[in-house]
Ligand binder design. Structure first.
Ligand code: AMP
Length: 431
């Protein structure tokens, strides 16, 4: 029999790899739920017109496009954003804002296959509609960081820029959108000189070219210092100054929100897609050169798909690249495997034990309640036999003060803990 192979750029996922992919998918869905994002499922096949409408030129050229048997020109989706925008402009148009949407699934681009680049790949996609405020941008950064952290990844860095910086300069120099897009595409590929040449032949002033050159060179790890420098450089361009200010606010919020972001600011960094209007960012880990995801603000998108103007900010996490990063760092998500047993000291404490077990489970701890009516000592020796990590003993003395006994089974030590601190006491000792 002829030995069939997968089509170039397509992959099989054998059990171990399939498991890791699904694990990342599960975590991405969980983070979405924690931040209030509702899942939607859209079709893999969409009309070519929709998908081509606002994708950057590069993606447009690499779409899997074909005629279906009914003669319709269709394509496999190369990204989620067009489908989500279609929904927000139509079926979801009357939904109250803010609207938070999540989708996860496979996408298709006829990219040149290489390390971390495939023709079928997966993304977890989050979109927040209805807010122009910096806290919405900060939320997307925080969510991205939480996902990567929950999966066990270390040393994540965010490369961050703002489309308003360059677009602000170029608009004030009267370059039209097409010329601006051309420049953005070149910048995305780090072809700085060519980008400057395009600006020059489009009529940008010598002073503007000098400033652009400076902006391209502005990058550094101290976000606030870099932004200060950028603000000085672009001071003659009102919109560009506002963009720098906006980025500063977003980063301050993310920092004050308790998130430690390692940031590389590159005001000249422009993501290739044409619809970005504000902050743009990409998360990285040091071991892998390519971005793990990409996101930013695109306030004009819904309008372009025929809807009312609705501001939007979002991120697409590259599931395959995240899996590669996890393999390279040799990390796995932290899943609590240690079990807790909750033991009521007699009939009248069973209900309370049930209640405490729910509380512990909502903190993601695997919990068993003693359901055999056995004495505490018997349950404890049974728990020992089955390698349970913690026992919570619910009895009259401690309950009077809203407390319980927490026993570390391995160390054979116990202490009295306030119920309100119980989850943290267990989780804390697992860390
Ligand atoms: P984009 O939709 O181009 O902004 O990409 C967002 C993220 O999707 C990237 O950072 C990658 O993690 C992932 N991605 C994009 N294209 C590919 C591809 N051909 N193969 C694997 N992952 C990809």
């Amino acid at each position: 029999m002829k030995a069939y192979r997968t089509v170039r750029g397509m992959r099989d996922f054998l059990p171990k790899d399939a498991e890791t992919m699904r694990q990342v998918e599960k975590f991405s869905r969980e983070v979405g739920q924690l931040y209030g994002y509702e899942e939607i499922i859209t079709p893999v096949v969409e009309s070519h017109n929709l998908l081509a409408a606002k994708a950057g030129e590069e993606i447009r050229e690499r779409m899997y496009t074909f005629k279906d048997l009914g003669g319709r020109k269709v394509a496999l989706r190369p990204e989620f954003t067009a489908s989500v925008a279609r929904l927000v402009a139509t079926k979801l148009r009357n939904k109250p804002k803010p609207l938070r949407l999540f989708s996860v699934g496979s996408l298709y681009r006829y990219d040149e296959p290489q390390y971390g680049r495939f023709r079928e790949f997966w993304q977890a996609n989050y979109e927040l509609f209805g807010s122009t405020r910096p806290e919405a941008d900060a939320e997307i950064l925080m969510l991205t960081k939480d996902l990567l952290l929950n999966l066990g990844l270390r040393n994540c860095r965010f490369k961050i820029g703002h489309m308003g910086i360059l677009r602000g300069i170029l608009s004030q120099e009267n370059l039209d959108e097409r010329q601006q897009n051309r420049i953005m595409q070149l910048l995305d590929k780090k072809r700085w000189e060519e980008a400057l040449n395009v600006a020059r032949s489009a009529g940008a002033s010598p002073r503007c070219l000098k400033i652009l050159k400076k902006v391209f060179e502005t990058k550094g790890k101290d976000a606030f210092q870099v932004l200060g420098r950028a603000e000085d450089d672009v001071q003659d361009y009102e919109e560009a100054v506002a963009a720098v200010e906006n980025l500063r606010e977003i980063l301050e919020l993310a920092r004050e929100g308790g998130v430690k972001l390692e940031v590389i600011i590159e005001p000249g960094f422009a993501r290739g897609l044409e619809y970005y209007t504000g902050m743009v960012f990409e998360p990285y880990v040091p071991e892998i050169e390519t971005a793990l995801g990409g996101g930013g603000r695109y306030d004009k998108l819904i309008e372009l798909f025929g809807g009312q103007p609705i501001p939007a900010v979002g991120v697409a996490q590259g599931v395959d690249r995240i899996v590669l990063a996890m393999k390279t760092q040799g990390v796995a998500p932290k899943i609590v495997k240690e079990k807790v047993v909750v033991i009521p000291v007699g009939e009248e404490y069973v209900a309370k034990a049930m209640k405490l077990s729910s509380m512990l489970r909502s903190a993601k701890l695997p919990v068993e309640v003693e359901v055999m009516g056995r004495a505490v000592s018997k349950t404890l020796s049974d728990a020992d036999r089955r390698a349970v990590a913690y026992a919570v003993v619910v009895g009259p003395e401690e309950l009077k003060e809203e407390k319980v006994v927490l026993r570390d089974m391995k160390k054979r030590k116990q202490r009295v803990v306030e119920i309100k601190n119980l989850c943290e006491a267990i989780l804390g000792s697992l860390r």
